[in-house]
Ligand binder design. Structure first.
Ligand SMILES: O=C[C@H](O)COP(=O)(O)O
Length: 331
């Protein structure tokens, strides 16, 4: 692990196959009510992932190269500037140094996308021109999702018009906490309609949903309402992506697929910042959903600092321990 076999070292750089939209289902409240999750069982299950990380450095490097191609490289800060976004996009186009790729025998690689606030879409689009890399925009009053509903819809429409190919919406947590599944369904379905041709990722903000049962039910309702991806967190909650939450969401993606034949993508996000985190998440989706969920059409890491950590670990593998301080600025 993570997965049945070592992957090809690096995915081809550039545009990736686009997954068809999830057409959704009418809200099935019976299915939602019957869905429950046992937290101790979920915690026991994910505790085994560490033991299944790749044992040899070549396999680890291959999985880490795979992980680079799955990152939605993100900046979501109040002090974002066009210059910061341009530097981020340069990194997305060319995430690993040529000497490091050569030492690892890897071909060209890019991240999966760049993820920014609405105001930065035009700058990201300009900086990514010709690369085929999509721009994802967080939306609907990210991160809290508490602006007026009409404003949230207008924000989606403005971001699609500005060229965002992927829209990361946030749900109203209160609908989950109050068990108002119809309100959640209606909200996500309206967001889906506003996205038009853009792919929609539904951020559940799982750290604010209280229980894994709520995470499972919210996942199901978001998929019924047409989410193309379900995403754990904004990165701004006190608790962001955790493996028990990830297991729960993967199991719901599997259940939805078994019931409908529709593949919904998964995006863990928030606090994923080490190479071993990346290996554990890839192991989880490989075990629960299979190798198609280790490709960018169905899996993304939402992360601002994961790429640097992977690069440092690949450096150690390629050039030996002690290489990192010479090659990377601290931090
Ligand atoms: O969607 C992406 C997250 O906001 C990134 O969170 P992070 O800064 O903890 O990696």
């Amino acid at each position: 692990m993570p997965g049945e076999k070592t992957p090809t070292p690096a995915r081809t750089a550039g545009p990736q196959p686009v997954q068809k939209h999830n057409v959704g289902l009418p809200l099935d409240t019976g299915w939602v009510a019957a869905t429950r999750v046992n937290r101790p069982a979920a915690e026991r299950h994910v505790a085994g992932l560490a033991a299944r990380r790749p044992a040899d450095p070549a396999a680890e490097a291959a999985w880490l190269l795979r992980a680079v191609g799955l990152i939605d490289l993100t900046t979501l800060s109040g002090d974002d500037t066009p210059g910061r976004v341009r530097r981020l996009c340069a990194k997305a186009r060319n995430p690993l140094r040529a000497d490091l790729r050569a030492a690892l025998g890897a071909g060209p690689v890019t991240t999966a996308a760049v993820c920014v606030y609405h105001e930065m879409i035009a700058h990201a689009r300009a900086a990514l021109e010709g690369s085929g890399l999509p721009v994802a925009a967080v939306s609907t009053g990210f991160p809290a999702g508490l602006s007026p509903f009409s404003t949230r819809l207008a924000e989606i429409e403005a971001s699609v018009a500005a060229g965002a190919a992927e829209i990361d919406i946030v749900i109203s947590r209160r609908h989950v906490l109050l068990g108002d599944w119809q309100a959640l369904y209606d909200e996500v379905a309206a967001f889906r309609a506003a996205c038009g041709p853009a792919h929609m990722k539904a951020i559940l903000a799982t750290g604010e949903l209280g229980t894994l049962t709520n995470v499972a039910r919210a996942s199901l309702v978001a998929m019924m309402a047409g989410a193309d991806f379900i995403k754990t967190s904004t990165g701004k909650e006190p608790v962001n992506a955790t493996l028990p939450v990830g297991l729960t969401m993967c199991r719901m993606i599997r259940a939805y697929r078994e019931a409908t034949g529709i593949d919904v993508g998964f995006k863990p996000a928030g606090g994923i910042s080490t190479a071993t985190d990346a290996l554990d998440w890839l192991g989880l989706v490989g075990e629960e959903l299979g190798p198609r969920w280790q490709e960018p059409a169905l899996f993304r890491f939402g992360a601002s600092s994961l790429l640097g950590a992977i690069e440092r670990r690949l450096d150690e593998i390629a050039f030996g321990a002690g290489s990192t301080p010479r090659r990377h600025a601290p931090g």
